[in-house]
Structure formats: C-alpha cells, structure tokens
Design a protein around this ligand. Structure first.
Ligand SMILES: Nc1nc(=O)c2c([nH]1)NC[C@@H]1CN(c3ccc(C(=O)N[C@@H](CCC(=O)O)C(=O)O)cc3)C=[N+]21
Length: 286
C-alpha cells in the first residue's frame, strides 16, 4: 500500500508569517502616509556568536520586507554591564526607535535581568520586561513574548479551539513555557507545565489535546507519547552536523497529529512576524 500523504496536517509557518507580514506592511504604509511615522527597531547583540548573528540577520531582513527602520547595535564581546546599560538608555531616549531587542543569550559576564529591566517597557518588542510579563499574567496582553504569541496566532488561523482543552507545555523557560502557559490560561485552556524534573512526561503528553514543546532536546517527543488527533507545536531548535532539528520526531509523530509544526518552517518564521507586529504596535502607541 502507498505511504499515506500527511502534508495536510502540517502547519505552514512560512505562509502564515507571510500573511502576518503583509498585514503589518500595509499598516506601516498607512502609518507613514497619515502620521509620517516610520517604525524603528534597534537590535543589540553582544559578541559574535554565529547563531545569534544569524537570528539577528533574519530579523533585519524581515524589517526590510515590512518597512521598519532597523539598526544593528553589535557590541564587542568585552562590553561591560555599564556600557550595555548606557546603550539601552540612549535607545530608550530616541524618538525614532520604537522597539529595542536585546538578543539572548548574553555573554556570561553580563546580567540579562538588569539589562532587560532597563529597557523602556513601551519599547520592549520581545515582551520580556517584568512589567509586560506581569501584565500578561493578569490577562492584559500587549507586548508579549513573540514565540508563544506566534503559537496563539497559528491556533487562531487554523481555528483550533482552546477553551476547555488540555494543553501540555514541555519546558518552563521564561521565553516560551511560562508565557505560553499564561496565554493559554487567558484563553481558558486547562494547562499543565512539564519540564526537566517532571517524573512521568508521557503520562501528561498522552493526555494532551495541544502540546507545545520547547526544550532544545532533539526528538524528545515520539509518536508513542502523543494522543491520536493532537495539535503539536515544536518550538525547539538544536543543531547537529549543520542540520536543524526540532524537539519532535516529526516524521513519526505527524501520523498521529491532526496539526503539527515542522522545524524549520514552523514556529520560527512566526516568531519573527510577530516581532514585526510588536514594533508596529509600539510605534502606534508612541
Ligand atoms: N531577545 C531575543 N529574542 C528572540 O526572539 C530570540 C533571542 N533573543 N535569542 C534566540 C532566539 C531564537 N530565535 C529564532 C527566531 C527565528 C527563527 C527562524 O525563523 N528559524 C527558521 C530557520 C532559519 C534557518 O536556519 O534557515 C525556521 O524555523 O524556519 C529561529 C530562531 C529568536 N530568538
């Protein structure tokens, strides 16, 4: 018998992000024409990590596509905390910069918490500032972390209902797991947050209607760990021999999922599209 074709189960993050970017571009054109405002994003990258440089480049290319003015603040590896704080304060004060993105991780000698705290919450395009995180937790979603917001957008686009469903999140990071949990609770899902210390992960994932996994462990989620018909978002990225892998064993898990994101071409492009939306949002509110 011929292999079944599972393509219709794939959530196409590339075409979804294109759709979001087109909407953003249109609104930016209007903002320019009506108010004479060009949204501006400053990215700060400390050091020369190749992966970080690649991610920053992807963000700058997206800015170019939608009409955002983008500045690349690449600071040397030896940057001191005070120099970093000074740069953030300068960008906070600039009227032409509406979004500030401090690329993570920072080199070990720098403190990311105090740097993030120094970013004007109104310019926090990443949604990582404690003020914006706190608002998210009480159900006021303005500038929120881009990756989980991309998952929410995909759920909406594919008309997956969330209310009353059991969503299982694997990974409790500040950038994915925790904000993802808050967003799903805000939409009345029943949420379980699993992580590296969870005793029996499979017990939870087998019960899940929706799974969001972001751990960076290659192919952690196997076919025998998911329920038939589950909706699965793979937020993980790990690199091995120049190839990118997700946290989900896609080729086997796709056979049980009703919808699933691939890596690459899934959540990654959505993250960047949402970032563009956030810079626009910050510019509109300025
Ligand atoms: N302050 C901060 N904000 C971030 O948003 C942030 C960060 N730090 N540090 C690193 C992670 C990683 N990240 C990615 C975004 C897009 C893709 C993406 O679009 N990936 C393509 C593949 C690109 C390729 O490798 O060709 C895809 O999944 O299809 C990946 C990774 C944002 N991050």
């Amino acid at each position: 018998m011929a292999e079944e074709n599972y393509d219709s189960r794939k959530i196409d993050g590339r075409s979804l992000s294109k759709k979001v970017e087109e909407q953003v571009k249109q609104e930016i054109d209007e903002l320019k024409a009506e108010k004479g405002i060009t949204p501006g994003l400053a990215t700060i990258l400390v050091g020369e990590d190749p992966a970080s440089k690649m991610y920053v480049r992807l963000k700058h290319k997206a800015c170019e596509r939608v009409g955002i003015h983008a500045e690349d603040h690449n600071m040397p590896e030896t940057t001191t905390q005070e120099e970093l704080m000074q740069r953030i304060r300068e960008l906070n004060a600039r009227e032409d910069i509406h979004g500030i993105l401090l690329q993570l991780p920072l080199p070990g000698h720098l403190d990311d918490k105090s740097a993030m705290l120094a970013i004007d919450p109104a310019k926090d395009a990443d949604g990582f500032h404690p003020y914006n995180m706190g608002k998210l937790l009480i159900g006021e979603e303005g500038l929120v972390p881009c990756t989980p917001k991309g998952v929410i957008r995909a759920l909406e686009e594919y008309e997956v209902s969330v209310q009353g469903k059991h969503a299982v999140i694997v990974g409790h990071s500040n950038v994915v797991g925790k904000p993802m949990a808050a967003m799903l609770i805000n939409r009345n899902a029943t949420v379980s947050v699993c992580h590296v210390f969870t005793d029996d992960l499979t017990k939870f994932t087998l019960e899940a209607d929706i799974i969001v996994v972001g751990t960076g462990v290659k192919h952690l989620i196997k076919a025998d760990m998911v329920k038939e018909g589950a909706v699965i978002f793979d937020v993980g990225i790990s690199e091995e021999d120049g190839k990118i892998y997700g946290d989900v064993d896609y080729d086997n898990v796709v056979k049980k999922a009703s919808l699933i994101t691939p890596v690459p071409g899934g959540v990654g492009p959505m993250t960047i599209a949402i970032l563009m939306e956030h810079v626009l949002m910050a510019a509109k509110n300025s």
